[in-house]
Design a protein around this ligand. Structure first.
Ligand code: FES
Ligand code: FE
Length: 434
């Protein structure tokens, strides 16, 4: 079904319910998945209800300060233990029969325990199900259900360089970022992989955004939807991650944001500091990327993070969070909030362009005749290779390429085919051909 050598991929993997069930087992119980951000659970007892694949999980901080991720399903008879989106609690009390769990997951309260259970059962064996591994990477919280998965750092592999830049402050320093508000959530009738491959580096679809360019959606007030793109470079990794970079050789100044002089000034200040902080690499800026399987990020402006949670072969829950530099002035944060909202999310016009494509492509691919034909991913076949400045397999403008989706689907097929992490790690040794 996935022929990356020829650049042809069966439509079945986007529409077939049986394959979707297999994906849940083979990908979403094994891969590292993004769960939330540390700043969402600052205090003991704070919780944020998230998802891993199609399943609800609770991200929480216990009263010793430790971070946990639990399956949001009661050990008694499966009720959703926490039905709120986020908040603070001393304990999680199940609404069904009132079993009560501490924020570290241990079962502490069972109704009529002394009378009803003869002999008494061991409560320590009936706590909430906890993930096998958890990682806090620069404030982002990741988890996997698989104890044999490699460390998160190894999983991220060579995509680290781009992801680090997406998470550090705009000046390349460690001032840190914070969330604007909480999470925007909405549903798109499409397969989750349309979303993941798009942000892995599908630069050919820029034509879809022509209208937002024409109405000057971007912060500069000029034609275009964002600061200038520079020269586009894509890098793909055998782990399935894909990053699209903007390269600005010798750039000294940032674009003026006519609608907000404070923002222009702030980004100019950041850019000058970035040149100092990052030296020669300052001009190589990650723009968007996907960390396999379903976490995508925009690393510049807008700076956001999107998880495409699969809920069915033809339905995806989109969860998007928005980031700004902690140290940015309030005026700048407010200006960016408005720009982000008109760019991304359910009301964002650029996001709407993309969603229209995924929605209609999904619907038009489900028919009996439609399924007979594979999708076409042949752009830039065999062109990509090693690069002096960037890791992974690299293709640069002016050559257009679909190498990043090809790497993404190659990895998808690895997970679907291979039973052990040993095999999955060995399979990363691939040819340098894009
Ligand atoms: Fe939770 Fe019964 S299902 S207490
Ligand atoms: Fe797009």
């Amino acid at each position: 079904m996935v022929n990356t050598a020829e650049g042809e991929i069966s439509r079945e993997i986007f529409v077939n319910d049986e394959l979707f069930e297999q994906e849940k087992e083979r990908i979403f119980t094994r891969a590292w998945l993004y769960v939330g951000h540390e700043s969402q659970i600052k205090k003991p007892g704070d919780f944020f209800v998230s998802k891993m694949g199609a399943e609800s999980v609770i991200l929480t901080r216990d009263f010793a300060g430790k971070i946990h991720v639990f399956l949001n399903s009661c050990a008694h008879r499966g009720m959703r233990v926490c039905r709120y989106d986020e908040g603070n609690t001393r304990a999680f009390r199940c609404p069904y029969h009132a079993w009560t769990y501490k924020t570290d997951g241990t079962l502490i309260g069972v109704q009529d325990y002394d009378n009803a259970y003869q002999p008494p059962f061991d409560k320590s064996e009936w706590g909430l199900v906890e993930v096998a591994q958890l990682a806090n990477y620069m404030g982002t919280i990741w988890a996997t259900w698989d104890k044999n998965a490699p460390s998160f750092e190894e999983y991220l592999g060579e995509a680290t360089i781009a992801f680090d830049q997406g998470l550090c402050a705009w000046d390349g320093g460690d001032g840190g970022t914070e969330l604007l508000g909480s999470v925007q959530k909405w549903i798109v009738p499409c397969n989750w992989k349309f979303v993941a491959e798009n942000f892995a580096g599908d630069w050919l679809h820029g034509v879809s955004h022509r209208s937002v360019d024409m109405i000057r959606l971007g912060p500069s007030g000029e034609v275009g939807r964002r600061d200038d793109f520079g020269r586009l470079v894509v890098t793909a990794y055998p782990d399935g991650h894909g990053i699209l970079y903007s390269v600005y050789p010798n750039k000294k100044t940032r674009t003026e944001y006519a609608m907000s002089p404070e923002t222009s000034e702030y980004f100019q200040y950041c850019w000058e500091r970035r040149l100092k902080n990052l030296g020669e690499t300052a001009g190589t800026c990650p723009l968007v990327g996907t960390i396999f399987p379903n976490m995508s990020f925009h690393a510049q402006q807008p700076r956001t993070l999107l998880v495409s949670h699969p809920t069915g072969a033809n339905e995806t829950e989109m969860w998007r969070t928005y980031f700004v530099d902690k140290e940015a002035p309030e005026d700048v944060k407010q200006f960016l909030r408005e720009y982000y909202m008109r760019y991304s999310g359910p009301a964002g016009m650029t996001e709407q362009d993309d969603m229209e494509n995924w929605n209609y492509a999904s619907a038009a691919s489900r028919g009996t005749i439609a399924r007979r034909r594979p999708y076409h991913y042949k752009a830039g076949l065999g062109v990509g290779g090693p690069h002096d400045d960037l890791p992974g397999v690299v293709t640069e403008q002016p050559i257009t390429t679909e190498q990043n989706p090809r790497f993404f689907y190659k990895r998808w097929a690895d997970y679907m085919d291979m039973d052990s992490w040993g095999e999955l790690l060995d399979a990363r040794t691939v040819s340098s051909q894009g």
